[in-house]
Design a protein around this ligand. Structure first.
Ligand SMILES: [Zn+2]
Length: 705
């Protein structure tokens, strides 16, 4: 593609340009300033000339362009390469104008102090009508609830610039606000810190609806149908059955509490376009005879809460889910939709636990046979068949994908090949988890029957995954590699884009494989060093730090697990040389020194990791919690060392007297390190032992001495 040098000077808006168009112009202006130190002036309602970007939507007075969007979500980018030609960047409506600004900004090339654009003659419209993410900003996530306003504004702006047209938030998840009754009159808090933090977050949340609208996005909220503040249950334990803060909707007083919170929340929020009420996760009344089956109770609550929300937001649409419902409950929900056909319900989300599945033989005569997954051809990280939900839903309702894009274990889509130590350190979302190829596959296998997606994010360890879904929601034909390259180029710069892309793909590969002796760990580290040498400013870039810490942590874990294996046999055999001596002090002392010296070898890497973690948190409030699970050993050699120090102390002070006491104190920790990993796998034996001797029952008996 030929690139033409451009001398961009102004962004020309129409006379009636909306706030969203202004936001789009500000985005282009700030990006070109930040990246290329190029200042563009924003002007209105004047005839464009060469070097101008004409930015606008149909009907806002934008100058006539060679081509125009032909539908509300179509966009147009046009530039003929001529010195006197303006660049036209037009959207069919406000919902795509930020996407126009994003695509144009990313198309600009910068080389040796000059800007270039290819000739453009593009009509494009997104493949899916719903394009967004669910920002689970409740207490538990590793980023969002710590964010200041500026973080939200910057992130949501970038999301819109990558084509998203909706954001789902958790302005309030009552069950997570311990020590707080903010809606009481007067409000009550257990201490001033809770009060301060509640209002800090809530004030930000109240401003987000308008921000979303200014970015051309719809604003939706997620809230369970039956949780209340923990303090309410503490004060009135009789309102709950076995669900704790998920109180029993069959108890009228509990229902009053549920509705009072929602009434207050809906009335305070300046706008709600979508009210997403999940069936479970969270929600439900476990163990309650009156509330199970749950689906009828759930739908009653949905109707009640819609009646509350419509008083304040008459155009609000409701989204349901079938998460955690049994197969007969899902049928109940589908039949209710089919029978009632409520127009205020817009969609059903397909999220974690949404697979209506049974263990029935699909060929049996049981009613549940229809819902069997037993012969389904996909398994593992690929979810159950989404097309079955599509088939159940009346055609007027949208099906929205609500996949988990954040977690690596204990979740809907675990990293199947993850190393056990990495799984321990990463937890669910405690380490960076760029998974471009997996996300691409998940999208490929589930997007067909859907109207779009709002993947679940529990903090920014999944940052890249959000961009992968965003791009695929616009154009599902892009490959994971292309999107990763675009991400790397945009956020890290052309000079390192190729290596950064390789590094990201390598991290994904390492996350999906055993870590011991895996050469990909070293490859990722080399790519990291190459990029940082080329572009030292990356150390100020939170997105880079987010990847950097992943590479360093994987490198650390690999070094420790390699050392663990070496130390296990070294200790086992070398300790034998002195542990039987009447006075083992000298040997013990030497061995402690030896192990301590081995541990020192990973110290500088650990310091680098801690520096990266702290820097990342200070810039982005993203807490890589897995760092606290980095240890000197994953075979309890660190535990052994502490025990031996204690033993040495006891020997010095004469507390261990007899040889058997001394021997046991030294030998037991060694045996322990040999057994740690084996114990993990100890279950129920399936095969009877051969009886080797007539006087022995069961397995052959002997022990190490
Ligand atoms: Zn109940």
């Amino acid at each position: 593609m030929t690139n033409f040098e451009v001398n961009l000077k102004r962004i020309v808006l129409g006379a009636k340009a909306a706030r969203s168009v202004e936001r789009a112009a500000l985005y282009i202006q700030s990006q070109l300033k930040k990246r290329y130190d190029c200042h563009l002036e924003i002007v209105r309602n004047i005839p464009p000339k060469g070097g101008d970007i004409v930015l606008g939507i149909i009907g806002d007075g934008t100058s006539s362009a060679p081509i125009f969007p032909r539908s509300t979500e179509e966009i147009v980018l046009w530039y003929d390469g001529g010195k006197n030609s303006p660049v036209f960047a037009l959207g069919g409506s406000e919902s795509v104008i930020m996407a126009v600004a994003g695509k144009l900004s990313r198309a600009v090339q910068f080389l040796s102090g000059k800007m270039y654009l290819p000739s453009l003659s593009i009509y494009e419209h997104p493949a899916f009508q719903v394009r967004g993410h669910t920002f689970a900003n409740h207490k538990q996530n590793n980023t969002y609830d710590k964010w200041d306003w500026e973080h939200w504004e910057e992130y949501l702006t970038e999301m819109a610039a990558w084509g998203n047209n909706i954001a789902i938030l958790y302005p309030l998840h009552p069950t997570r606000w311990e020590g707080s009754l903010p809606f009481d009159n007067p409000p009550w808090f257990s201490d001033p810190e809770h009060e301060k933090e509640f209002y800090r977050q809530f004030e930000i949340q109240l401003k987000i609806p308008q921000l979303c609208h200014e970015l051309g996005m719809r604003y939706g909220i997620w809230i369970p149908v039956n949780d209340v503040f923990p303090e309410e249950v503490t004060r009135q334990p009789e309102i709950t059955k076995y669900g704790g803060t998920f109180v029993c909707p069959s108890i009228p007083e509990a229902r009053r509490h549920i509705n009072a919170i929602r009434e207050k929340l809906f009335s305070i929020l300046p706008a709600i376009d979508v009210l997403f009420l999940p069936s479970h996760d969270d929600g439900g009344c476990p163990g309650c005879e009156k509330c199970n089956p749950w689906a009828p109770v759930y739908l009653d609550l949905v109707k009640e809460q819609y009646n509350i929300v419509k008083k304040y937001h008459p155009n609000c649409k409701v989204w349901l889910s079938q998460q955690g419902l049994t197969s007969s409950e899902t049928r109940y929900l589908a039949e209710w939709l089919n029978h009632e056909k409520p127009e205020w319900i817009e969609a059903v989300a397909y999220g974690p636990f949404s697979e209506v599945m049974t263990f029935e033989d699909p060929l049996s005569k049981s009613e549940d046979a229809l819902l069997s997954l037993e012969h389904y051809e996909y398994d593992g990280s690929i979810s159950g068949p989404v097309n079955r939900l599509r088939a159940l839903l009346p055609g007027q309702y949208q099906l929205i994908l609500y996949p988990d894009e954040a977690h690596v274990s204990d979740c809907q889509y675990p990293v199947m090949g993850i190393d056990p130590i990495v799984e321990y350190v990463w937890g669910r979302e405690d380490g960076p988890a760029p998974r471009p190829r997996e996300m691409k596959n998940l999208h490929k296998y589930t997007c067909g029957p859907s109207n779009g997606s709002i993947p679940y994010s529990e903090g920014n360890t999944d940052d890249l995954n959000k961009f992968v879904w965003s791009v695929l929601s616009w154009n599902p034909h892009q490959s994971a590699e292309e999107i990763t390259y675009e991400y790397a180029k945009w956020f890290f710069g052309s000079s390192v884009a190729q290596e950064a892309k390789e590094m990201i793909l390598t991290i994904e590969e390492v996350l999906n494989n055993p870590i011991y002796a895996n050469p990909m760990v070293g490859k990722a580290k080399e790519l990291l060093e190459t990029c940082e040498k080329q572009e030292p400013s990356l150390l100020e870039n939170w997105r880079w730090l987010n990847l950097r810490i992943g590479v360093l942590m994987l490198n650390y874990i690999q070094q420790v697990s390699t050392r663990d294996r070496q130390l296990r046999w070294v200790l086992h055999y070398r300790v034998s040389a002195w542990k039987s001596l009447p006075d083992p002090r000298s040997g013990l002392h030497q061995t402690i020194n030896y192990v301590e010296k081995q541990f020192l070898q990973t110290n500088s890497l650990l310091r680098d990791i801690i520096w990266t973690r702290d820097k990342l948190f200070s810039i982005q409030k993203l807490n890589i919690r897995g760092v606290t699970k980095l240890q000197n050993s994953y075979a309890e050699i660190d535990v052994l060392l502490e025990k031996w120090k204690d033993v040495l102390n006891q020997l010095e002070t004469g507390k261990l007297r007899t040889f058997p006491e001394k021997h046991k104190a030294i030998a037991d920790p060694v045996e322990n390190i040999e057994n740690v990993n084996k114990e993990v796998y100890h279950g129920i034996s399936l095969v009877e032992p051969i009886q080797e001797f007539s006087w022995e029952k069961g397995a052959a008996k002997w022990r190490w001495s």
